[in-house]
Design a protein around this ligand. Structure first.
Ligand SMILES: [Zn+2]
Length: 514
């Protein structure tokens, strides 16, 4: 048990800080469900005091997910802790996670508090949290840039007040592996009561060192790693779960550490996060990137064919990457479809399967072969949506070498039918102009990208847009064999996400940083 690393997943809290990655309650619940299957030890479900949407999501997850600890984040104020407790108290295993900055630069410029003030604040916050639950985690924000002896004093006081987990974050992604490992060793040696708590690390990837720093921390004695799926998070992101877990798994004989993660669920979880957030995984991303197991260079291919172990240090099956993709088509029945969904990691209600099956049949009429990626796109579109403010009902576009691009659009706006038409430089411009006019929205299109989900000219187009309005940023995604329709769907999805953000005013990034 001593060599067992607690995997604390903060995709739903810190990961959500990625620009544009905000998820709604239904999406968070679905992801929490998948994290339970992945067998993480702790799900940090959100920051309940940050916004009503955060609160609602943490509350819903606490009630539904029973097999995993659920943590809620709070600053040190009584109001924050109360709110976090309200959100997690119905969980089977609730945890309160409170934090305050401990570096001189943060204490002086952000908090405007002295060291003694901060120390007192920590004691009060942990004591109050402890009066509500046994499981209390304390984090020293900007820990890696804090005075190490002050850190030890803070940790000692926090443990004395009842903290059971002590987390040392590299909030700004500044540390180097050797230095960070040494800091963890120092803190563990110089905090007299550290044996009464679990030491935890939380790293950011600004220098691309998050995983290396996390492993250095674990080697030095930390036994909890705070991570996100795909390494999503603010700026360059957080430590990625899959990298840490597969490092422990692949180099077990050297590290002598293990986790309780069901590695076969890594790939499905990664895909789900990518689908929900619209943040595409880079092809060369360690462990889960599209090229991670593709040995394209001729010499490597030859080696892999002769014996996989020549160049492959992990087997794709270990992370749940099926080596033979099952192709489906219009003759595939409901039963086979359901089986495929379940193999891909989607456990769905009968009504959901029925709705998806209808869409699948529609798609199969247009395309000869349906691959896993197509099915995923269907799942994303059909299930990862809440009742939307805007819904596309009809789209007709005229374009070509002689026509002025024109779009005619029918939308449902909060349930009411509306129709409009407009022009543009091209068909997508015409469509977007018309939709913007009809919805009265003034978002700016920051990014537009289009991808073919599979190969072949009959492939579905997957469009991702990034929209900005009044300082809020949202991603939108849409798929369809017709790329203009996919573009319209992505735009409308982005607008719906902006509406969700407008209804859920939140703390600024500065206030929720850890
Ligand atoms: Zn963080």
């Amino acid at each position: 048990m001593k060599n067992r690393v607690i995997i604390f997943d903060t995709t739903l809290r810190d990961g959500e800080q990625s620009p544009g990655a905000s998820m709604n309650v239904a999406e968070k619940l679905r992801l929490a469900n998948q994290l339970e299957k992945l067998r993480v030890d702790v799900i940090e479900a959100g920051f309940p005091a940050a916004s009503p949407g955060d609160f609602e999501a943490v509350h819903a997850i606490s009630k539904k997910i029973r097999g995993v600890q659920i943590a809620g984040l709070a600053r040190t104020s009584v109001e924050d802790i109360k709110r976090a407790w309200e959100a997690v108290k119905e969980a089977a295993h609730p945890r309160l996670h409170t934090f305050i900055a401990t570096s001189d630069i943060h204490m002086e410029h952000k908090l405007r508090m002295s060291r003694d003030d901060v120390l007192q604040e920590v004691v009060n916050a942990v004591r109050y949290s402890k009066s509500l639950t046994d499981d209390v985690e304390f984090s020293s924000e900007d820990g890696s840039r804090s005075d190490r002896d002050f850190l030890c004093r803070v940790f000692e006081a926090a443990i004395e007040a009842g903290a059971t987990t002590i987390n040392l974050p590299d909030t700004v992604g500044y540390a180097l592996p050797e230095e960070f490992g040494e800091l963890i060793s120092y803190v563990m040696q110089h905090t007299p009561n550290i044996h009464k708590a679990v030491m935890s690390v939380h790293c950011h990837n600004d220098l691309g060192l998050a995983t290396a720093n996390t492993l250095a921390g674990l080697k030095a004695g930390a036994r909890q790693a705070e991570v996100t799926i795909n390494g999503i998070g603010e700026r360059a992101g957080n430590t990625s779960l899959e990298e840490v877990v597969m490092s422990l798994h692949t180099r077990r004989s050297i590290l002598n550490l293990s986790s309780g993660i069901n590695t076969k669920e890594i790939y499905p979880t990664s895909r789900l996060v990518s689908m929900i957030t619209g943040i595409v995984v880079q092809p060369n991303k360690a462990v889960i990137g599209a090229n991670a197991f593709a040995h394209e260079a001729g010499i490597h291919q030859d080696g892999v064919l002769k014996n996989k172990m020549t160049y492959e240090i992990m087997e794709p099956e270990t992370i749940g990457l099926a080596s033979n993709r099952l192709v489906m088509g219009k003759h595939s029945g409901r039963h086979a479809f359901r089986e495929r969904l379940s193999d891909m990691g989607y456990d769905l209600a009968q009504s959901e399967v029925d709705a998806l099956f209808r869409k699948f049949k529609d798609l199969a009429d247009k395309r000869k072969e349906i691959l896993d990626e197509d099915i995923e796109a269907l799942v994303a579109e059909e299930l990862l949506r809440v009742p939307d403010v805007y819904k596309l009902e009809y789209l007709n576009v005229v374009s070509g070498t002689v026509a002025v691009p024109t779009a005619t659009v029918k939308l449902f706006i909060e349930g009411h039918e509306a129709q409009g038409a407009g022009f543009g430089i091209g068909p997508i411009d015409a469509t977007y102009n018309t939709i913007a006019k009809m919805t009265g929205t003034r978002s700016k299109l920051l990014r537009f990208s289009i991808n073919a989900i599979t190969d072949g000219t009959d492939a579905q187009g997957e469009v991702t847009v990034r929209l900005k309005e009044n300082g809020l940023i949202a991603l939108g995604k849409g798929t369809d064999p017709d790329i203009i329709t996919a573009s319209a769907k992505a735009y409308i999805n982005g607008l719906n996400r902006l509406e969700y953000l407008k209804k859920n005013p939140s703390l600024t990034a500065e206030e929720r940083r850890l």
